[in-house]
Every structure is written in C-alpha cells, then in structure tokens.
Design a protein around this ligand. Structure first.
Ligand code: SF4
Length: 391
C-alpha cells in the first residue's frame, strides 16, 4: 500500500494512521522530523483531517459584542484591552446590547460573541460604578443578562470573559451554547519576568486549566486555544496541545482548539516582536492535527489571508467566527474577509464552506434543554445551520 510505504520509516506516523495515539515524545520527534521532511508529515495530517472531517470546513456567522474592554490584567501583546480615557474604550449599555443584537439578527448572524477583559471591576472603580448603575454587581452578572437579551433576539451566545468561576459558568450555561477560554500556552515560563504573561495572573496555565476542568465538570462545550509566536518553544506548544488533550480525555467537552498566530500590535510592549513565522505556524497546525486527529481545529482567516489552501491542506476544519458587521476587536488591524471570499478560497482548495452555530454539532447534546429546542429550529439533520436561515 502506497501509504504504508510512505511512512514505513517513521513509526509515530504509522501509529496515527492506524488510529493509535502518539506520546508527547513521539510528537517531539515528529516536530524534529518536520524540519527535515515536512512533505510526508503534511500528507499525514491531511489524511487525518480528511478521514475525520471530510471535505467540509465550517465557520460561525457572528456579531462581536465588545461588552467592556477594561481588564484587570496586562498581557504584553494585547491591544484589545483599553485604559480609561482611550478612544477604543467600550462599555456597552443594555440598550447598546439590544440594538446590536437586533442588527446582528437582521444580518442573519447566528452567534452573539460576548467578550470582556478579565474582571474589570476588580481594578477600575469606574467599571464597578458603571456595572452598579446598570444593576449588576459584576461583569459576569452583566454577561448573564446580556446573553439573555441576545438569546431572546434569536442569537446564540458564546462568552469569552477570562477565568470564570464554576457558579458563573453555571449561570451562563442557561443561555450560552458554549464558552471560550484561550489556554494561550501551558508553560509557566511565559509568566516569568520579561515574558508576555508576567502581568497577567489570570493567564497562569494552572488557573486556566482549572477553569477548563470546571467547565468539564459542569458539561459546557469549551473553545480553547493556543497563541503561537509569543516567545514559546515549539515543545511548549506540543505540551499545550497535550494539556488540552488531557482535559478533554477526562470530560470530553473541548469542542475546538483555535491556533492563533501572533501579530504584533503597535501600542503594545511586544510591538517590535516578529509575527509568528509562516512555516512554524503551519507545522504547529499539522502537529495539532496529528496529536488530536478528531479535534476541531480552527485558525482565524483574517490573520492568514493569503494562506487558505495551506492551512486546509495540513489539518484545519474551521475558520471560526466571521462577522459581516462588527470588527475583530482583538486584531483590529485585520478586518474579516467577506464570507463570500472565505467560501471561494475554501472551494478553490477543494472544500465546502458550511455555517455552524457557536456549538459544534457533536456537542449539541451538552447544552441545556431550552437551548436544544431553539437550536433544532435553525439546524439541519447534520447539526449545521440551515441554508435558509442565512439567506
Ligand atoms: S489578553 Fe485578555 S487578559 Fe490579557 S490584557 Fe488582553 S483582555 Fe486582559
């Protein structure tokens, strides 16, 4: 058989193709081999992708609610976070949320992505006062209310608000079909002096992994991910994928891994740091697919606008949330491509673009019954969004 000849000298690859798991050491070996012989490894990641995900690539049609972008922490690469008095500050009122939800619905969005900084009220009295004036004692409490508004308007909420407690997540589970929390990286080294998470205690990997585990205990589908190119070693990325894998093996609730390539932002400490190098990023995508062949793997298309075919060919099966009306506040200098552009590029690479909800079809069984009923109105037999809901 051509395939077994192709990989016969590399047992770790044979294992993945046989449906067996590889160890972390074997993943390290594959990384080293990638430096010498990438073609064979890319081919294996492509086979695994096509075996597990077919020729479909998904996206979620979303509206981005930048609820409050003050943040208790400071990550050296972050341009999302605002300070008081800066023009980019966002503190959305209840009316703003309602208005945007209505516009999102008109644009046939299905996802309401709620994003906030990490517990702004712990650092900024102004945030505390603003929350109080709106009738809330915490950002999490406001998120619960904002999610209720979006759900009522016909959008499906997905919240990404940093490290939430178990009881906060339990409340959000009533309206949110999934939650998001980037692991970023499992290495504590990146929290040391001079490293990007030095001033971001919430990015301590132990804290992040604990939240992912709490979400698992509650049974919430979780989106997580790794930020690539922030001073980590390739082995630390492999360790991070294995850390996510371990959590997923315990609870089965990790619905996707986002692999995000670092891009320097002019107003940040890391403004002179180079972008994640293209081949390095591609190799990490291929490795992630080989380590977790069945996982949904996403890269944001606005951060790699010229490389659709490249990433589809080594393992991704999702382009994440794409908004036809709101900017990417996390990467404001990279506007979203139009959905038509994503569709055309995917099709040119041999893949069919389909819309999903912020919960993947295989995780709909996790969500609360009231949400399942709403979901059933907009999805087809495969759990993906019905075409007529987007027209
Ligand atoms: S990345 Fe998140 S936690 Fe870090 S500074 Fe930005 S908003 Fe805060």
């Amino acid at each position: 058989m051509v395939l077994s000849r192709l990989v016969s000298n590399f047992e770790a690859l044979n294992k993945t193709l046989d449906g067996r798991e590889i160890s972390k050491d074997e993943a390290y070996q594959i990384y080293q081999e990638l430096q010498k012989n990438p073609a064979e490894i890319y081919q294996v990641s492509q086979i695994l992708r096509n075996q597990n995900k077919g020729k479909t690539v998904t996206y979620s049609r979303k509206v981005f609610f930048n609820l409050i972008n003050l943040c208790r922490d400071t990550c050296s690469y972050c341009t999302y976070k605002s300070e008081l008095g800066q023009s980019k500050i966002s503190m959305m009122s209840i009316q703003d949320v309602l208005n945007l939800a209505k516009i999102g619905k008109k644009h046939r969005c299905t996802e309401a992505l709620f994003v906030t900084g990490e517990r702004p009220e712990q650092k900024y009295q102004e945030a505390k006062t603003w929350l109080k004036e709106n009738g809330f004692s915490s950002t999490a409490e406001y998120l619960v209310h904002a999610s209720e508004i979006a759900l009522k308007e016909g959008l499906f909420p997905h919240t990404n608000a940093g490290n939430l407690t178990k009881s906060e997540m339990n409340e959000l589970k009533k309206t949110n079909v999934s939650l998001g929390l980037m692991l970023e990286n499992s290495s504590e080294r990146l929290c040391e002096d001079g490293m990007p998470h030095q001033f971001a205690p919430s990015k301590n990997p132990k804290a992040r992994l604990r939240v992912l585990e709490d979400a698992g205990e509650i049974g919430i589908p979780m989106t997580t991910g790794i930020l690539i190119g922030i001073g980590e070693t390739p082995f630390e990325i492999i360790d991070s994928v294995f850390a996510i894998k371990k959590t997923h093996e315990r609870f089965g609730h990790i619905q996707e891994i986002i692999l995000q390539n670092f891009q320097p932002k002019p107003d940040t400490v890391m403004k002179s740091f180079p972008s994640a190098e293209g081949t390095y990023f591609k190799n990490m995508v291929a490795l992630a697919r080989i380590i977790m062949p069945k996982m949904n793997i996403q890269i944001p298309p606005n951060l790699s606008p010229n490389s659709y075919a490249d990433f589809l060919s080594v393992g991704i099966n999702d382009w994440g949330g794409i908004s036809p009306l709101t900017p990417d506040y996390v990467n404001p200098e990279f506007s979203w491509p139009s959905i038509d552009t994503v569709e055309k590029n995917s099709s040119n690479a041999g893949f069919e673009l389909k819309a999903r909800l912020p919960v993947y079809p295989e995780f709909i069984s996790f969500v609360n019954q009231n949400l399942k009923e709403k979901i059933s109105e907009v999805v087809d037999f495969s759990g993906l969004v019905k075409k007529e809901c987007l027209a």
